[in-house]
Write a protein that binds this ligand. Structure first.
Ligand code: MN
Length: 486
């Protein structure tokens, strides 16, 4: 069934967007896929290039076991088929930053087969994206066009770095769904530790296949937008590209299958080259590499060592802490945030802790550009603050003031409460005196409470005002009721 909320209105009726993504995720590894050269970011140009990466004659590739393990971990994390026998192929093409003249990739027999990813929408509902395959391949080098007006330089540091190409089914129907899928996939990879997910460094980038069709019709011709590396760009590129295709078709034209580039400055896509077919690459098995054969016992070992993954953690947070699907989803979206929450919620009210972690603290961290593992306050400090609320030492309202002071560097929660005298006034005697005075000064209001019990709220407000918000609301209500009979 077509969800009509996702359709785009054209001049001649409604259109449905169909999206499939190919994600290139750099394998978290100290060395390249087929050589021992380092892969660290930011090294001087061509400082991390072995003779294999530079494609010197006679050099032979040797598979990096760690990279294979990361691909298997990822496949297991995507609930995918692990192929115990896979093969490396040469994908032949010419590019100045590809010294071999081919990329070692996997074509017919990838290491990982079909799997799936369950993705949350903003409203908490979910949809499933099929994974077609995951294969290992080499990254290319980088051409530098801005070093000299008359020459292009080549930096081979990236050449030979291990990538996992994760290919989805065309299961997404809106730019929001595509962005949500990439977010979820990234979360899974970071939990697994198989990719650091750093999109700014290009360690996770998306090729987006976009086509449009009448709802329920056959698939239209697609265009592939290459190397989009932020959630916002992914959405903007899709929005532009879908509109472009609809206009062409509505004007009686045809979509050419091609590869396009997204220009974030102009917010448009433009043609890069006509799309190659697989046969254009003359794939053939790499004669320098034996087929990759995995021991089932080793795969089982990797399976047994997987961490708790986002979906399982979300279900556990809901059952163990009684959190809503929404709160649990927000907390598990980053592993560091989930760990922080669990440490802070120990011996504390889980819902109260979730509110502080996902609202106040998350907002402050995000404004400061910090991740949870770099928070200036650890979980114990947040637990100290929520403990003060739970023990009725301070109200939630005062707690926000304490938190601001903590952020300003005035000290820990208890310290600030004591220094500033922010403790709630639960001392019945002191509150009674204030209330007696208020009743004596406002006989009309007091009489009104007998008629209309809700009128007691006015007195609560006055006591709060008199105590600068520090009175315990429970105690005030009790005292007022006994004196006014509300
Ligand atoms: Mn690729």
């Amino acid at each position: 069934m077509t969800d009509t909320s996702k359709l785009i209105e054209g001049r001649t009726g409604s259109w449905e967007i169909v999206l499939g993504l190919e994600i290139h995720a750099q394998v978290a590894s100290n060395a390249k896929l087929f050589s021992g050269a380092a892969v660290g970011f930011g090294a001087a140009p061509n400082a991390q290039v072995s003779l294999v990466d530079a494609a010197m004659p006679g050099m032979l590739p040797v598979i990096n076991r760690h990279c294979v393990e990361q691909a298997v971990r990822t496949g297991l994390g995507l609930k995918a088929q692990i192929n115990l026998k896979s093969r490396f192929d040469r994908k032949n093409y010419f590019y100045p930053d590809l010294p071999q003249g081919y990329q070692i990739s996997q074509f017919k027999d990838p290491i990982v087969g079909e799997g799936e990813v369950v993705v949350e929408r903003d409203d908490g509902s979910t949809f499933t994206v099929g994974i077609e395959r995951l294969h290992l391949e080499q990254d290319a080098g980088k051409s530098l066009h801005d070093q000299d007006p008359n020459a292009t330089y080549v930096d081979l540091n990236r050449a030979g770095t291990a990538l996992m190409e994760i290919v989805s089914r065309p299961d997404m129907r809106s730019s929001e769904e595509a962005a949500a899928y990439v977010k979820k996939l990234r979360t899974i990879l970071v939990y697994l530790g198989s990719c650091d997910g750093d999109m700014e460094k290009g360690n996770l980038r998306a090729d987006v296949n976009v086509s449009v069709r009448r709802p329920g019709a056959e698939l239209g011709t697609r265009c592939e937008i290459k190397n989009v590396n932020s959630y916002r760009y992914i959405q903007q590129a899709i929005e532009y590209e879908a509109r472009r295709q609809i206009e062409i078709i509505e004007d009686g034209g045809k979509i050419n299958q091609e590869t396009r580039l997204f220009d974030p400055g102009k917010l448009e896509t433009r043609s890069m080259r006509s799309k190659e077919e697989a046969h254009d690459y003359r794939y053939f098995p790499d004669p320098d590499l034996l087929p990759l054969v995995l021991d089932p016992a080793w795969v089982k070992e990797i399976q047994d060592s997987l961490p708790e993954l986002p979906d399982a953690k979300k279900a556990r947070f809901q059952s163990q802490y009684g959190l809503s699907a929404y709160d649990a989803g927000v907390l598990i979206s980053e592993r560091a945030k989930a760990d922080f929450y669990e440490a802070a919620a120990k011996d504390r009210d889980p819902k109260l802790t979730a509110n502080w972690v996902t609202n106040d603290l998350a907002a402050r961290l995000s404004a400061a550009g910090l991740e949870f593992d770099a928070s200036p306050f650890g979980p114990a400090v947040i637990a100290e603050l929520t403990g003060l609320i739970q023990d009725n030492v301070i109200s939630s309202k005062i707690a926000k003031d304490v938190f601001e002071r903590m952020w300003a560097g005035e000290g820990g929660p208890k310290e600030i409460v004591e220094k500033q005298g922010l403790q709630q006034v639960s001392d019945t005697g002191a509150l009674e005196a204030i209330i007696d005075q208020l009743i004596a000064d406002n006989p009309g209001q007091a009489a009104a409470v007998k008629e209309k019990p809700q009128a007691i709220g006015w007195f609560v407000g006055q006591v709060m005002k008199a105590t600068a918000g520090k009175a315990n609301p429970g105690t005030i209500n009790q005292l007022l009721r006994s004196k006014l009979g509300g």
